[in-house]
Ligand binder design. Structure first.
Ligand code: FES
Length: 182
């Protein structure tokens, strides 16, 4: 582990959680959850450390980290915009919303803008199909969007500046596009 990571105050939360769960391998999701919250994403170094401490294969850590929607392996932007591309949303033009946002912000879905302001991503069904097409902006769900309304809301969000960090109340959510168990 690098000295930079070891001396990072955010790392304390990860260490505390490892201890709290007595380094049990079945605490993997809880530990990754805390690491994600503390750092905003799971770096290779962090995952390697967790794998060593819990004595689980690194492949297992990567498997869990890529299986759940909550986890990210890349640094995230100040703001997040997630567009649902599940069937109900797609038939109501969510594909056009994605294209519009990609064009407006100059970024492909799944990536962060060059200035680090916005991460644009897609997800397969958020379970709010009655509100289709659904867009989630910094964790706030907005329904019945159009390309215009989604673009306006995303611009408004970015113009607001850095959001307050909110506690995460939810457990990690499975990525809809994957099947099976990690
Ligand atoms: S398909 Fe978008 S919320 Fe279900």
């Amino acid at each position: 582990m690098s000295p930079a990571l070891a001396s990072d105050p955010r790392f304390t939360a990860v260490e505390r959680t490892l201890k709290q769960y007595q380094y049990r391998p079945d605490a993997l999701i809880e530990v990754l959850h805390v690491a994600q919250e503390a750092f905003g994403y799971l770096s290779d170094e962090l995952m390697d450390h967790v794998a060593r401490q819990l004595k689980v294969p690194l492949s297992r850590v990567y498997g869990v980290a890529t299986f759940y929607h909550f986890f990210s392996l890349e640094p995230q932007g100040e703001h997040s915009c997630v567009v649902c591309t599940g069937t109900a949303c797609y038939v109501k033009r969510s594909g056009e919303i994605v294209k519009r946002l990609e064009g407006e912000f100059g970024v492909k879905a799944g990536n962060t803008t060059a200035d680090g302001k916005l991460t644009l991503s897609t997800v397969r069904c958020l379970g709010s199909c009655g509100l289709a097409p659904v867009v989630v902006l910094d964790g706030e769900i907005a329904g019945r969007n159009t390309p215009d309304s989604a673009a306006a809301a995303a611009h408004h969000l970015v113009a607001e500046g850095k959001p307050e960090k909110k506690p995460v109340a939810e457990r990690p959510r499975r990525r809809g596009r994957r099947g099976g168990t990690p």
